[in-house]
Design a protein around this ligand. Structure first.
Ligand code: FAD
Length: 478
């Protein structure tokens, strides 16, 4: 059925299913307040996604006397945080790639920080009175074509070599079927650290917690300018914040910033949510809360919700030119939504007659080594987070802690992480970055589509798809 689909049954559009659901829960509450006039604060945070909100909470937890103002251009959680697949895991699954790019010890330090983050997010999400749909049962990566089989060994061998074999356990086809039956699944690897959450309810719960902790929070308040100095001045349409410290937690919108531009490019990811079908999930044996992904480079990521829906995502959306996040293709590309839907029908045929309720897309900030970075602009007290590379639910907690350490000038486990200290590699300059990225994306998609059909990858596409490996690039390498 997946091959016969020529159009997505639902065109991608904002808001995400998550965000619409979260806002419906808040119906009747007072409307958000924009900033008017001038205020002063110790710290101004720009951006009300997970990064900005975790940073505010980390600062308040470490130094309750700090005055903190947070501004969000739209509503907290309306960006990537409220659009994500909301699969929560740290970096154990990235050990192989990280070992190559930052070294084995550094890779283990980042993975351990992810576990600290996972514990903290769990504690937040499961606190009494919070209804953010936290479910934790690990993640499974499945091979869904012969070409993907070899990748399983990469996970398992790296985990054994680094002395953490429990972080990645190989699964036979029968063992995968014990978690979820699909004719497409050939074998897999069980990744112990993994949870699911309601993307936007988590963001909105963080917003509530920040307000309760005393953060001055203003929505519908975009930063229109930043005058760096001592103090800094954050300008907004009807007011300004005078603050000694500024945190830029604006995610993809930082990709055009002069300092950041060399290291980050903007792609996009698309997701759909089905109607509830708990009985069909039970018939497939998918009764646990494990999240699943295939082994494509342009990964299909999928998970259930507590009301028996399935979210299927495809991390294959278009690249933007020069970090432009305003391009409608990043949120409305029907070909990418179609890939998510084809993935749903192929990988989970037991859901073939289940309707798609909603589809959406969002920009993702891909760094040259696919790891985020948390830094201070030289000679200023302006700190920033960028480069989550489509993996941010757990890492934004790390980001919040790192940014808090940078703001407070604390030399601790967070500010010593390679995420704060490493030199992030450069990407090719524009227009090579855009045209090269576009060509490689198309070539990789052509190869992966052919492999799924058990056909040889087209020769020219294979050659183009090999370019990143030939040049030793981490980005775009299959
Ligand atoms: C479709 C999709 C699926 C994903 N799935 C997963 C997943 O399953 N697991 C995972 O770990 N990660 C996933 N991610 C990545 C993850 O969602 C992000 O890395 C993470 O949410 C980033 O959080 P953030 O707070 O840094 O950014 P955002 O949530 O984007 O927050 C930044 C905020 O800054 C605001 N802003 C921007 N400019 C200004 C300005 N000038 N003034 C004021 N405010 C401004 C924006 O409105 C926005 O709300 C996915 C992303 C997408 C798009």
């Amino acid at each position: 059925m997946s091959d016969t689909l020529s159009q997505p049954s639902v065109l991608p559009a904002d808001p995400s299913w998550w965000f619409a659901d979260a806002m419906a829960q808040e119906a009747g509450l007072p409307p958000p307040v924009p900033l008017t006039g001038e205020i002063t604060a110790d710290v101004a945070i720009v951006g009300g996604g997970y990064t900005g909100l975790w940073t505010a909470l980390a600062l308040k937890a470490r130094k309750p006397s700090l005055s903190i103002a947070l501004i969000e251009a739209r509503l907290c959680g309306s960006g990537a945080s409220g659009k994500s697949g909301a699969k929560v895991h740290g970096y154990w699954a990235s050990l192989a790639g990280m070992s190559q790019s930052i070294g084995e010890d550094a890779a283990l330090a980042v993975a351990r920080a992810g576990t600290v983050a996972q514990d903290a997010i769990r504690a937040f999400a499961t606190a009494p009175g919070r209804d953010v749909w936290w479910r934790e049962a690990g993640n499974i990566r499945v091979s869904a074509s012969p070409a993907q089989d070899a990748k399983i060994a990469g996970y398992v061998d790296t985990a054994r070599r680094l002395g953490v074999p429990d972080s990645a356990r190989p699964l036979s086809a029968a063992e995968v079927a014990g978690y979820c039956r699909s004719p497409a699944f050939r074998a897999g690897v069980f990744l112990q650290e993994g949870a699911n959450v309601h993307a936007a309810r988590l963001a909105r719960a963080l917003r509530r917690a920040a307000i309760d902790a005393g953060v001055m929070l203003y929505e519908n308040t975009p930063m229109t300018g930043l005058d760096k100095g001592t103090p800094n001045r954050v300008r907004t349409p009807k007011g300004q914040i005078i603050a000694r410290e500024v945190v830029l937690a604006t995610n993809v919108d930082l990709a055009r910033e002069r300092l950041i531009k060399p290291h980050v490019t903007v792609f996009s990811s698309f997701a759909l949510m089905t109607e509830p079908a708990p009985e069909k999930l039970a018939a497939m044996g998918w009764t646990g809360d494990q999240g699943i992904s295939d082994m494509r480079m342009f990964v299909h990521y999928f998970r259930k919700t507590i009301d028996g829906r399935v979210l299927m995502g495809s991390g294959s959306g278009p690249i933007s030119y020069d970090g432009d996040t305003a391009s409608p293709r990043l949120t409305q590309d029907s070909a990418s939504a179609l890939r998510a839907e084809r993935g749903l029908r192929r990988l989970l045929p037991g859901l073939n007659d289940v309707k798609v309720a909603k589809a959406w897309g969002g920009a993702i900030d891909i760094s040259a080594d696919r790891l985020p970075f948390f830094k201070t602009m030289p000679g200023t007290r302006v700190h920033y987070a960028c480069g989550y590379s489509g993996h941010g639910v757990n890492p934004t907690y790390i980001g919040g802690q790192c940014l808090a350490s940078l703001v407070l000038d604390e030399k601790d486990m967070w500010s010593s992480l390679p995420l704060c200290t490493r030199d992030v590699p450069n990407l090719p300059l524009e227009p090579f970055r855009y045209y090269g990225g576009r060509a490689i994306r198309r070539a990789v998609l052509a190869c992966e589509d052919a492999e799924e059909r058990n056909r040889p990858a087209p020769v020219i596409a294979s050659m183009v798809a090999a370019i990143p490996r030939v040049f030793g690039l981490k980005i775009g390498t299959r």
